[in-house]
Ligand binder design. Structure first.
Ligand code: ADP
Ligand code: ZN
Length: 629
């Protein structure tokens, strides 16, 4: 681990402070060697009243008198010993004539000396100096670097050579596979440079918090044995315009010096938020400058023989500025998702290595209890269980400790990441199986890639991942209807198999409605308005945007509503019928999902065709009906 900050001694190497301490020491030395302050010193001293002093003078019992501004000192002799009397001065004009008449020598003296004089002005100076330094250090902390090192990012950058390996990250096999080649780029850049290949510069790690994005980035650096410079997106943004940009510059300078190396920017959405998203007038110049600097740095560095690869993490890729995602920047995206059942077992295995377990511990049960939680939550649960066992003074962590730890973490996690209860799991399993079966059997629908009942990102409960068979820019009418069918099928499955519907389908319904609406109003695909376009595309610059103006009659609006409603209804009933016919296949799919949480598209297809063969159904039901319009 390399350390960038100089180790700080308590005085911090501050020249002003060193000077101050030096001055004080010198003064003290002088004080020790300098004789007493006033002229008369040595011997015994005794404080007396002015009246007594005058008596002593009267009786000629003092030999010498010294008059200050507020006190008078007199030297006398008592039992052969030198004695100094001190008296408070009184306004008395007869003193000097008295001394003259008694022929006692007298002199004046200054009660202050150079030392006290100097202290008089030094103390306030030191107080002001101290106060100023205190304020400055406070300011420095609050600004990260402060006015003395404007933009100097070195203190905010974490530089290290991680020892983390791919094995430390469990689950997420796909994500690991995608970053393996980055390790190769870093290890053998010449191999790529010599054949003229351009090494990618940026990789975006996308996934919910705690799923191991930072861990994965570190593992890449660890495997490639290169330095790792990390900084959080939010620490670029400060109150001073220009600071973020110069921090970006510093970060890249540091990484380039150590290239090949990795830069990791956590929460990149803090800087990379879409400029358009902020409205027409961007209120945040600072962020814009920082983002521009980041783009410039990414476009600028280009040493293929010793590359710097930037990994960035976000859980909201949709808000990122499109400029960030362009080729040559973050043009690769790696999904780091929440773990499924097997993934959770593996993560538990990684974190349990250092914990003493009792024999009854069943990781599978813990994994089953923690559906929906991320790797960080699991690591936390294990630690919590160990703490519970420790508190009870046990030698080993038992299954009961784990159960309790799960309960506790879930109570605390309520907001961050939600665990799915078995009841919800069942609803989601039926919902997603419905989507999967209808997608597979509907001509024109995208085929299923993966079905999961583990929530992805923030929004959905589960998901069915579809991949269109080819890249498409045109959609035919039957394909739009197919999409509506697929969207309705989640809700329909809940309806058919559970007898009750949930709130889980709201987004599906919204999208299905939108598709039908655009079929009428943009694409002229229905009889409602014929070929007449009713609305301009909402995201165009010319029309729409602010307050979509309606350009059609009340009657048309009513026709539109009726059409959408009745079509949705027809499609819904059709989908419900298909699902009822394929009940057995769906039940099988649900039980597999319940067990494994994720199944592949190919498994979905196998289940359906096995069912069709067994029941002598024509293989591949083509659910395609003309819309009667
Ligand atoms: P993110 O960057 O995605 O928010 P982190 O990488 O910071 O998540 O994860 C925090 C911690 O959670 C890690 O240090 C690790 O201990 C644990 N963790 C998360 N995901 C995994 C995983 N897949 N395997 C092992 N540990 C994990
Ligand atoms: Zn759905």
């Amino acid at each position: 681990m390399r350390q960038n900050n100089k180790p700080n001694s308590p005085i911090g190497g501050n020249p002003i402070l060193i000077f101050a301490i030096f001055t004080i020491v010198v003064i003290l030395i002088f004080k020790v060697f300098s004789p007493g302050g006033s002229v008369l010193s040595g011997g015994i001293s005794q404080t007396i009243s002015y009246y007594e002093l005058k008596q002593l003078i009267e009786n000629k019992e003092v030999e010498q008198v010294s008059i200050g501004q507020t006190i008078i000192k007199a030297q006398g002799d008592k039992d052969g010993q030198n004695i100094i009397y001190t008296a408070k001065k009184v306004n008395d004009s007869s003193l000097v004539p008295l001394l003259d008449s008694k022929s006692i020598p007298y002199s004046g003296f200054s009660e202050t000396n150079w030392f006290t004089d100097m202290l008089g002005w030094l103390i306030p100076v030191f107080i002001i100096l101290g106060l100023w330094m205190f304020m400055a250090s406070r300011m420095q902390k609050s600004m990260g670097n402060g006015i003395f090192g404007m933009g100097n990012a070195k203190k905010l950058v974490n530089a290290e050579k991680p020892k983390v390996r791919f094995d430390d990250m469990a689950g997420n096999k796909e994500a690991k596979e995608e970053v393996v080649e980055i390790v190769d780029f870093l290890k053998h850049p010449d191999r790529y440079a010599s054949i003229g290949a351009k090494i990618p510069k940026g990789v975006l790690l996308v996934g919910p918090p705690g799923t191991g994005k930072t861990l994965l980035a570190k593992a890449v650096a660890g495997e490639a044995n290169v330095p790792f410079f990390s900084m959080s997106g939010s620490s670029f943004i400060e109150m001073f315009v220009g600071l973020g940009a110069s921090r970006v510059r510093d970060l890249f300078d540091m990484a380039k010096k150590e290239a090949p190396s990795i830069i990791f920017i956590d929460e990149i959405d803090a800087i990379g938020k879409s400029r358009a998203a902020g409205g027409m007038i961007s209120g945040n110049d600072e962020r814009e400058q920082t983002l521009n600097q980041l783009l410039a740095e990414m476009d600028g560095f280009n040493s293929d023989s010793s590359p710097v690869i930037v990994l960035a993490a976000t859980n909201r890729p949709e808000v990122l500025d499109p400029a960030l995602l362009r080729p040559g920047r973050f043009d690769r995206q790696v999904l780091v998702d929440k773990p499924d059942f097997n993934g959770r077992v593996d993560i538990l295995k990684v974190h349990i290595k250092s914990v003493k377990l009792s024999r009854d511990v069943d990781l599978q049960e813990i994994a089953r209890l923690t559906a929906g939680l991320a790797g960080a939550d699991l690591a936390n649960i294990i630690n919590e269980a160990a703490l519970l066992a420790g508190r009870a003074n046990k030698q080993e962590v038992s299954q009961q400790d784990f159960r309790e730890a799960v309960e506790r973490s879930i109570a605390g996690l309520e907001k961050k990441s939600r665990r799915i209860s078995p009841k919800e799991k069942k609803i989601v399993a039926y919902h997603e199986s419905g989507h999967a079966v209808i997608a597979e059997m509907t001509e024109g629908a995208s085929k299923v890639n993966k079905v999961s009942i583990i929530p992805r990102g923030m929004a959905a409960l589960g998901y069915t991942l579809h991949t269109p068979e080819e890249n498409r820019y045109l959609m035919q009418k039957h394909e739009l209807i197919a999409e509506v069918d697929v969207l309705l099928s989640g809700r329909a499955a809940e309806d058919v198999f559970l007898g009750e519907i949930s709130t889980g389908a709201s987004n599906d319904l919204e999208r299905a409605t939108d598709i039908l609406k655009s079929m009428i109003s943009y694409y002229g695909m229905t009889d409602v308005s014929g070929l007449m376009v009713l609305e301009k595309p909402r995201n165009s610059f010319l029309g729409g945007g602010l307050g979509n103006q309606r350009e059609f009659s009340e009657k048309t609006a009513e026709d539109m509503d009726n059409f959408i409603k009745s079509t949705l209804n027809d499609r819904y009933n059709f989908v419900k019928q298909t699902l009822t016919d394929y009940k057995e296949a769906i039940e099988l799919m649900v039980s597999e999902l319940f067990e494994k949480e994720v199944i592949d598209g190919s498994r979905v297809r196998d289940i359906i065709s096995e069912f069709e063969v067994k029941n002598n159904l024509p293989t591949r039901l083509v659910a395609r009906e003309q819309l009667d319009d």
